[in-house]
Unconditional design. Structure first.
Length: 356
């Protein structure tokens, strides 16, 4: 075999094994879109519940590479997802920056008093070291995954993480939004700390094997336009700039959940390769975002997935028809619910992949 033919064959084989998720994020339109679900590793799987029972402390579970890798891989063994997202939690970052974080059974996350800007800043360079276990999880998963299935790393976006840090846990975010108005300098300084720490964390994830990244701005909801620009668009642009300056080239998916009409501003302003859409985004908006050169992801209602039936089949077909003519990743508009029947997930995946 001639050297030219050998090189051509190598390129062809590389393209053949290139994950479909990465093709969509590169702007390609595919006959069948790649598919993965937010929270696809989780409580709807009996094997996950059994694994989770072996580690009563949730943070310890997230930071155990053997267990976290197993949780990440469980849905990939059972279901034909195109991509896997590392099992972790968005609140590992404040913990790495020195804030106390714990989970109350049946109640969710709790955080101690937020440290000063100065104390948080002092921990920025140590954050990736404190979270090295997540990197080890990624290495294990990448080694176990087939080459044509992508591995996604992620982090909570700065504003969303800060809301938990300020309010001490889950809430309506009204206190955090009020502080954004009344103490703008302090809030902006805290956001900047999180931008820097999150960039370092994501760089570490890419070095460990992540092939794409997702920023979870789970609490973009309720922000007035000036705050959305200041707390979401600006920090996301800066964060991605830090990644690119560090030589990170993997695609980034931004998920400004609850942004409403402002999601189009986000897609136009933030240099992401993919925009994840929540359950309220109209089909026409998704097509316009595709027209900006962005892949779109999501919007299937997790409640409809749980309900199942003909309405679920119709919505899956509607999404495929509306968005399948551009770069598209099939996903939910939020995370899969714990009481979702597995056969509903299987049916959707079969419909998306063309198995039915």
């Amino acid at each position: 075999m001639s050297p030219a033919l050998r090189d051509g064959l190598r390129v062809w084989m590389t393209q053949l094994q290139r994950p479909s998720l990465l093709k969509s994020l590169a702007g390609e339109t595919q006959t069948r879109p790649p598919v993965w679900f937010m929270r696809q590793a989780g409580r709807y799987l009996p094997e996950y519940r059994a694994l989770r029972a072996t580690a009563p402390d949730f943070i310890a579970f997230c930071l155990d590479p053997e267990k976290a890798a197993e949780a990440t891989l469980q849905p990939m063994r059972r279901l034909p997802f195109s991509a896997s997202i590392v099992f972790a939690d968005i609140l590992l970052i404040p913990r790495a920056l020195g804030q106390e974080v714990w989970f109350e059974t049946g109640e969710g996350p709790r955080l101690g008093p937020i440290p000063s800007v100065e104390d948080l800043t002092a921990h920025i360079d140590q954050a990736p070291i404190a979270l090295a276990a997540v990197g080890e999880t990624l290495k294990r998963v990448r080694a176990a995954l087939e080459p044509d299935r992508a591995l996604i790393g992620f982090a909570g976006a700065p504003w969303t993480v800060l809301t938990y840090m300020l309010e001490g846990g889950s809430s309506d975010r009204s206190q955090a939004r009020s502080l954004a108005y009344s103490e703008p300098d302090r809030i902006d300084a805290l956001i900047d700390v999180l931008v820097q720490a999150t960039a370092k964390y994501l760089i570490m994830q890419v070095e460990a094997g992540a092939q794409a990244l997702q920023l979870f701005e789970s609490w973009a909801e309720g922000l007035a336009e000036p705050l959305f620009e200041r707390l979401v668009i600006g920090p996301h642009k800066k964060l991605i700039g830090l990644l690119r300056d560090a030589g990170v080239t993997v695609p980034v998916i931004g998920f400004p959940r609850g942004a409403g009409a402002l999601v189009e501003d986000y897609a136009a302003a933030v240099p992401v390769q993919g925009v994840a859409l929540d359950t309220q985004v109209p089909l026409a908006v998704g097509r316009r975002i595709q027209g900006l050169g962005r892949a779109i992801q999501g919007t299937l209602d997790p409640l409809l997935l749980r309900a199942g039936g003909p309405a679920l089949d119709r919505r899956v077909d509607e999404l495929l028809e509306a968005w399948g003519q551009g770069p598209y990743i099939f996903n939910l508009g939020h995370g899969i619910l714990p009481d979702t029947p597995i056969d509903h997930v299987e049916r959707v995946l079969a419909r998306v992949t063309g198995a039915v």
